[in-house]
Design a binder for this molecule. Structure first.
Ligand code: FAD
Length: 544
């Protein structure tokens, strides 16, 4: 069971499959003769129909879907509790309209976007049939826990329960209750959710069909043979090398705003993507330099707690944003880049900050933003976030004049020169007063977000870019099958959730929707996967 964020109740660890229990529940496989003789010492051999790797929304949806289609399932989870980033989220499963998101993200994968848009409504119906805790749509929140109001921290443009891309109304899972509900669904139907049991690699036969996984259980390596595997390991934002190569050299400065938050070791290290690439899987054609996240206070002296949205600096587009040199460096609204009249949300300027020195920048705003705008695009509770930033000891400033504010910022000791901040604010305010912020050398293109910073008191907070989910990932088709570099499906291999690439491409349309839709599709297809043509001989364990 995953901890309740509010109540902080204890995690109950699931007991690892015992030998006899494993045989009864999942079907122990005998006869590894030749392969077993040459393989590393295997503590257990297990046989099931579908292995699901990861227990977030992608993995758990796939698991229950596969079970409903008649499959025996085993879910592997690397962490000590299920739920991944899904359990930390605000729960809004975006119901995007295909035409709208195509227009917003022409470089994204149209097949993936179409599949997500078509299947989110089916996911809602599936959840209603199960009685899962999902709000909106008259479902009443299900039997698994309290429903959440719609909204949460959905993609830009979504209001409470609204569809970000103009679809027919988005719905929200109650994240922690939903994860617990789905784990119970899996287990009550005879499936297993194995915690602290990471997949190490995929197993293939001599025809390169995927026939299972090698995992690391508490008692040693465990070999699970299955007709199919669904990868749902939640992205690669904790993989220092990949983030450094694709996104920013300031990996060490990024907040991990995901399941790894506050943990000693990153969980989300691209395990699904890398395991599939070892078998020749294709990566998405785009998305690798983009990611989703929201700025969070820089180097607070006290810990931040869930929900992480409390500290998310959603008001960036309404602020003036300067780097450690005191200079504006990007359009806070990113209006020109996206061409979107309403802007793309704070996640865009967060991506720009990630590439600035130390992935750090200061947001400067005034009382009008605090009162009316601080959370206008996220529909979350408290609008005034300044007290939350101050209470955790983050570098903040407030003053009745901009000059005093800039002096306080210089005293943060991070090298931000007050004179440069004042020069930037003066230039910005002059242009904004005349409605010409779009004409600045670094424009602020969206007029509705480009008011002058003039109503005291003034505020500033130092933030660091935060990474919640990567956009690049595996190439998949509409059936959820992972494609090889030749464009053919890799037999027996499926994906769900953020492991799938290029649904979002710089601009963000939601992440839970990828797990919901592809969990629904891939779980069903994985359950219907025929036995491997090349049999169960584990070629790859011995040869590579
Ligand atoms: C504060 C916050 C608010 C958010 N709000 C929203 C929102 O309202 N709407 C929205 O669309 N998105 C939201 N998100 C983003 C969203 O929660 C995630 O992107 C989404 O949950 C990812 O789902 P997933 O199933 O792909 O991965 P996850 O939920 O992260 O699950 C992946 C799991 O795989 C496990 N794993 C990794 N490697 C292995 C391995 N080798 N073996 C076994 N297991 C492994 C991980 O431990 C993890 O548990 C929010 C995120 C945060 C932090």
């Amino acid at each position: 069971m995953v901890r309740d964020r509010e109540a902080g109740s204890k995690v109950s660890r699931r007991i690892f499959l015992g030998g006899a229990a494993a045989g009864a529940a999942a079907g122990t496989l005998g006869g590894f003769s030749r392969a077993a003789a040459q393989a590393p010492a295997i503590a257990q051999d297990v046989r099931t129909d579908v292995v699901i790797v990861g227990s977030g929304i992608g993995g758990l949806t796939a698991a229950v879907r596969a079970q409903k289609a008649g499959a025996r399932v085993i879910v592997l989870e690397k962490a000590y509790e299920p739920g991944g980033t899904t359990a930390h989220s605000e729960g809004s499963v975006a119901n995007n309209r295909f035409e709208t998101i195509r227009e917003d993200t022409p470089l994204a994968d149209p097949e993936v976007q179409r599949t997500v848009c078509d299947n989110v409504p089916r996911f809602y119906e599936f959840m209603d049939r199960l009685g899962a805790p999902i709000a909106g749509g008259g479902g009443g929140g299900g039997r698994g826990g309290p429903p959440q109001a719609g909204g949460g921290a959905p993609p830009a443009g979504a209001g409470r329960g609204a569809a970000p891309g103009g679809g027919g109304g988005s719905r929200s899972i109650a994240p922690v209750a939903w994860v617990n509900f789905m784990v119970e669904e899996v287990e009550s139907a005879g499936g297993k959710v194995l915690l602290e049991t990471p997949m190490l690699r995929l197993l293939t036969n001599r025809l390169s069909e995927v026939i299972g996984v090698l995992a690391e259980g508490p008692d040693g390596p465990i070999r699970i043979l299955a007709k199919s595997v669904v990868l749902a390991t939640g992205g690669w934002m904790g993989n220092a090398q990949m983030v450094t190569q694709n996104i920013t050299r300031y990996f060490g400065n990024l907040h991990q705003r995901n399941a790894s938050f506050g943990g000693r070791k990153p969980l989300l290290t691209g395990d699904g993507l890398l395991a599939a690439m070892q078998l020749g899987a294709a990566t998405s054609e785009g998305g690798f330099d983009g990611f989703y996240g929201h700025m969070m206070p820089a180097r607070p002296t006290k810990p931040m707690h869930n929900p992480l949205s409390t500290y998310s600096m959603y008001h960036g587009p309404y602020s003036v944003v300067v780097n450690l040199h005191g200079r504006r460096f990007a359009d806070e609204t990113q209006g020109k880049q996206t061409g979107k009249p309403r802007g793309g949300g704070e996640q865009l300027i967060n991506q720009e900050v990630a590439r600035q020195p130390e992935a750090t920048a200061a947001y400067i705003w005034d009382e009008s933003v605090n009162v009316e705008r601080a959370c206008a695009d996220c529909a979350l509770g408290d609008k005034d976030k300044f007290p939350a930033f101050r209470d955790i000891g983050a570098p903040v400033a407030t003053a009745n004049t901009l000059a005093e504010l800039a002096d306080q910022m210089e005293r943060w000791g991070r090298g931000i020169p007050a004179a440069e901040v004042m020069r930037q604010l003066t230039e910005y305010n002059q242009a904004a007063e005349n409605g010409k912020a779009w004409a600045l050398p670094i424009p602020k293109a969206i007029a509705a977000q480009a008011a002058p910073i003039k109503q005291p008191p003034f505020y500033a907070a130092l933030g660091q870019a935060a990474i919640t989910a990567t956009h690049g990932g595996l190439r998949v088709n509409a059936q959820g099958q992972v494609l090889s570099r030749t464009g053919r499906p890799i037999r027996g291999l499926y994906a769900a959730g953020v492991d799938i690439g290029n649904f979002n491409n710089y601009v963000y349309h939601g992440n839970l929707c990828i797990g919901a839709a592809y969990g629904y599709v891939s779980g069903d297809n994985a359950a219907k996967q025929a036995e491997p043509r090349g049999g169960w001989d584990i070629g790859s364990l011995t040869t590579g």
